[in-house]
Design a protein around this ligand. Structure first.
Ligand code: SF4
Length: 210
């Protein structure tokens, strides 16, 4: 386990990493202000996770499948629930598997979330996790992810960023990305267009007052 300690005593939910990746404001609204609104995307994601969660542990062909595994890693200040952990009964190797609604993305955030799960497992079960997997529902594809040093470093930095955001209690301004806002479940509560309009009107007022 890498040496890593956060100043604040608040645990970061694993899901906050994903929300932070999408938009820091969304992360703060959900985890600091407890705001949540369902839209098509989140509803679909929840159905997928309910299906994954509903299974009981089973063993097939030398692999034990544990579903809906709760984790709480005190050294990392992380908490959450893993979709699936696969345990090879011959080698003892344990592998977190994360289910995603969409398809593989260019950004690293799915891998960062998976790595955070691996770090939780390592701390809780005193093991070393070498790799994990992401199952992309839309394209029915399983991607193997190596939990290497560089991914670990990026993940620890990301966890820290989220922890800082949540401990300040400050909700960041809307992001400047209309496409992402359109797919965001909090758009009606966040009103990013209103902010953009206000911003442009104060910009225009600023020009005329100079
Ligand atoms: S609507 Fe846009 S700015 Fe607001 S929380 Fe969602 S993604 Fe962020």
């Amino acid at each position: 386990m890498m040496d890593f300690k956060l100043d604040d005593s608040r645990q970061v939910p694993l899901s906050a990493l994903q929300h932070y990746a999408y938009c820091p404001r969304q992360c703060a609204l959900i985890h600091n202000e407890q705001v949540w609104a369902e839209n098509y995307h989140t509803a679909e994601g929840q159905i997928l996770h309910q299906r994954v969660d509903s299974g009981v542990p089973e063993t097939r062909k030398g692999i034990r499948y544990e579903r809906g595994v709760s984790v709480s890693a005190e050294q990392l200040w992380l908490t959450g629930k893993l979709d699936l952990v696969e345990i090879d009964l011959v080698t003892g190797e344990q592998k977190p598997v994360e289910y995603k609604r969409g398809k593989p993305k260019v950004e690293d955030w799915d891998r960062i979330q998976l790595c955070a799960q691996a770090l939780c497992l390592e701390e809780m079960r005193n093991i070393q996790v070498l790799e994990g997997a992401i199952w992309y529902w839309e394209v029915r594809r399983r991607e193997i992810v190596s939990i290497d040093e560089s991914l670990r470093d990026v993940t620890l930095a990301a966890i820290k960023s989220v922890q800082i955001l949540l401990s300040t209690g400050v909700t960041p301004l809307p992001i400047d990305d209309k496409k992402r806002c359109k797919g965001c479940s909090l758009i009606d509560l966040c009103e990013p267009d209103k902010f953009r309009r206000d911003k442009s009107s104060s910009y225009v007022n600023g020009i005329f007052s100079e």
